[in-house]
Design a protein around this ligand. Structure first.
Ligand code: 3HC
Length: 282
């Protein structure tokens, strides 16, 4: 199956980054938000990223214009009707996804694929509420989606081999390196990353070191591009909490139990960079 037109549901941090990646890789892209204000905010972020790339000499002005022309914002799910592939990147809430998937199933042409960018919720469950479970899998991007080279392709027990092959080719066409994971909470990266991030929060919570020293230690001691607390602010504390809860729910392993400080910060609206405050102020 040849992918020509792509739909992205959600134009937040991840959805916007994914839509940007698809459009700048040459795909006609439609991105949908729930209201005009969120759509405008997401589209502006994408346009700003292209302008920044042009200033750095990574894109010509012509390429910026072509990218802009390939990207269409919408509020209507019906605008996905002729998409070959739709990537869901809405809030990490299963009820929300279980409402969206049957609606997409009804709207899309029968051969279209539906992929979820979820970081830890069950894609099998999302596929089960559609009549095309074999055409559903995960395609998990990493933040910032246009920059990070990895995608996890997540296979459910119903996903067909043909879907996996098509999605693999699609991932390569976006300049990404795909890895394949089973549909288990956390897949590969978050299963390994979340315990590390939560341990950094516990360290801070227990007064074992300052936030700056925790970050500096892991940056300079292990060569990580960001320290764990900076990365938490970057990924979003709310997103991390949802991911930790989902993995904890599946395995009941205390490694994934969200520390009280994380819960308190999320309850206070300290989501990290996107809300202006997390472990650091922005
Ligand atoms: N579009 C295009 N290019 C972008 C961009 C965007 N939206 N955002 C950043 N860039 C480019 C910059 O232009 C820059 O390009 P250059 O090197 O050619 O000048 C490059 O990316 C690096 O950006 P910066 O110079 O601004 O900053 P850094 O060198 O510090 O790199 C970083 C930033 C790439 C974010 C780096 O710090 C990093 O790799 N951090 C770790 C990120 C990470 O681990 N992400 C995964 C999180 S886990 C996750 O997402 C899973 C989820 O489910 C929880």
């Amino acid at each position: 199956m040849k992918i020509q037109k792509v739909g992205v549901v959600g134009c937040g941090l991840m959805g916007g980054g994914i839509a940007q990646t698809c459009a700048q890789s040459g795909y006609e892209t439609v991105v949908r938000e729930v209201n005009q204000q969120l759509l405008d905010k997401g589209m502006t972020r994408i346009h700003d990223a292209w302008d920044m790339m042009a200033r750095k000499g990574k894109l010509t002005q012509d390429q910026v214009e072509q990218n802009r022309a390939r990207l269409h914002g919408t509020l209507a799910l019906e605008d996905f009707a002729d998409c070959d592939l739709v990537i869901e990147a809405v809030i990490e809430n299963m009820e929300e996804k279980l409402r969206l998937f049957p609606a997409l199933d009804k709207t899309l042409k029968p051969e279209a694929l539906i992929l979820s960018n979820t970081s830890s919720l069950s894609i099998t469950q999302m596929g089960a509420v559609t009549k095309r479970a074999e055409q559903i899998c995960g395609l998990h991007f990493f933040n910032p989606a246009p920059v990070m080279k990895l995608v996890e392709i997540v296979r459910t027990i119903s996903t067909s081999e043909q879907t996996i092959e098509t999605v693999k080719e699609f991932a390569l066409s976006l300049g990404k390196t795909p890895v394949i994971a089973k549909d288990t909470a956390g897949f590969i990266v978050n299963f390994l990353l979340i315990p590390y991030l939560l341990a950094a929060i516990r360290m801070l919570e227990n007064g074992m070191a300052s936030r700056e020293d925790i970050d500096t230690a892991m940056k300079l001691g292990c060569g990580y591009p960001m320290g764990p607390l900076t990365l938490l602010d970057y990924v979003g504390l709310d997103t991390t909490l949802w991911a930790a809860e989902a993995i904890y729910e599946e395995y009941k392993d205390p490694l994934y139990a969200p520390p009280p400080l994380l819960r308190r910060m999320v309850a206070s609206g300290m989501y990290g960079r996107k809300s202006g405050r997390g472990f650091y102020q922005y």
